[in-house]
Design a protein around this ligand. Sequence first.
Ligand code: NAD
Length: 284
Amino acid sequence: MADVKSVGVIGGGQMGSGIAQLAAVAGISVWLVDLDSEALKRATKSITNSVQRFVSKGQISQEVATNALKNLRCTSNLEDLQSADVIIEAIVESEDVKKKLFSELDRIAKPSAILASNTSSISITRIASATSRPCQVIGMHFMNPPPIMKLVEIVRGADTSNETFMTVKTMAERFGKIIVCSQDYPGFIVNRILMPMINEAFFTLYTGVATKEDIDTGMKLGTNQPMGPLELADFIGLDVCLSIMKVLHVGLGDSKYRPCPLLVQYVDAGRLGRKRASKEFVVT
Ligand code: NAD
């Protein structure tokens, strides 16, 4: 099992920035990579604010926070990941785009490096097939927001080695996380169960059963969840929810996973949830 000293995180959006923060706070040197320099600026600001909130709540010391910010560097150049021990990908939820990136990472990363994906639903075995090192490819699925949520779902592809699994498990525990292990099937554990519920909430709205407020209040108070399913979809990103439903639909081959037309229409209209509309909820 390798001792992880340096991590690369690709994608500085809501997930990648949170994962980079976890590694930096754990004392690991981090490169955060995004093609979009504005995303990197937003990520740096959000990480700085977030570590300060942890200090104000007494959850980490000022020294740990200061060192975490020193551990973090941002770049748009993938070549900067040459010496990373583990690279965690958190870009768009598209199999083609992820495979293209993994094939490039396979060329750039040192031979011993582990390549992890934060995919919500896509097959790790298929992502790994784009590389020459499938035994060093693994799913490391953080929950949103990564600095707060306790769980990491670890997904082993068909060829993932025990050594890769143990290194990633130990790193997740160093981040303060509890892990669960899933086989490599569409949606793994959490999204296999969560996304059909969110999709059904869209169908409930679409077919006029109830208002969005009543759907969310019904599920919050009726099933003791902190957020209603439509509010949660806004938080996750409607584009991410739709991508996951498509993976479940195609991968499991059952019409019960068909995405709700209303969800499709919102995404077509660019109404993606909180990440694109700041304070305003987009499901109406
Ligand atoms: P996001 O849209 O907030 O961020 C994605 C970032 O990746 C963007 O900043 C974009 O500029 C960057 N990017 C895209 N292609 C790139 C490339 N080739 N190289 C470098 N940067 C690139 O998305 P997100 O919500 O953070 O989701 C990222 C991944 O995490 C997806 O696979 C998603 O399924 C998964 N995930 C999301 C959630 C969630 O709640 N949103 C939870 C768990 C896992």
